[in-house]
Design a protein around this ligand. Sequence first.
Ligand SMILES: [Cu+2]
Length: 324
Amino acid sequence: MSETETPAVAAPEPRHGLRMLVIWFVLALAADLIIWFVCKPHLPPGAMSESARHQQFDIAVLAITGAPVVIAVLLYFIYSIVVWRARPGDDGDGPPIYGNTKVQATWIIGTSAIVLWLAVFGTVELIGPAGAGAGEGPSPIWTLAGKQSSTWTPGTNTMLQVQVIGQQWAWTYRYPQFGGMESSELYLPVDTPVTFHVTSLDVIHSFWAYKLGVKADANPGVDNVAYTTAKATGGFEVRCNELCGIWHGAMYNSGQIVSQTAFQSWASGVQAKEQANGILAALPPYALVYDPTVIPQLGKEIVNVDGITGAAGYYYGPGNPVTP
Ligand SMILES: [Cu+2]
């Protein structure tokens, strides 16, 4: 395979393997240091939440695993062209080669180690807390980051429950710990473990809060559970990531990570407002799915206040039974 070990007839061959190893080591080390210390903070999806941080870490680890391999391939390629190319006037064949134990052993051990490392790393990262980033299920094998409770107050490390509801073509969010009030904006408190219960009222959607590193399918009749803990305040977008009809591309809205006290006053405010205008009373109890066609007030409110319109004549949209 390699000409590294070709017995030299005339002048002794330089130690090509050792030379390449030294060059490779220097370049690979430099590349990995740059990836880890310079590129990593800028890698997607950022570090706005625990899950996003995990994903950023995974991508950085895979990059520092891959860079030495890419450098090895390119280095061998360039080295061959520079050192072993045919010189002008050289019409002869290269020396015949009958295998090289060192090269073969290095190849088998190297590739096996890389594949095994990727399998182990991938498995550990998938099953670790917030590992897959989404779709972890109602009873994950790891310990939840907070307590479960029917109420939520700042500073108690209680998990915030949010039911994420997809429909053609809007997202809404229900907060069972705040009387089941529903909003078209996803407000979350910082440093608070959150449980998303993701479902759909009609077709298959996918809840994708990219900067939070959370993506979970929204299927009708299914309670898809995902977790995250926001680590920084700021705005983010929620998109639908499953082609769900003609306005799929317009199916997005925004979210805010705010301080725990700001969240509490926002949530209580919406709760009080929806109590006053009759929405809370009309909302069916927290459930896997529900039919918003029975909630004309909610439809009207969402259409008027938030500008959301659902599929014509149905759900929250204008028309029967909702006429804003
Ligand atoms: Cu959708």
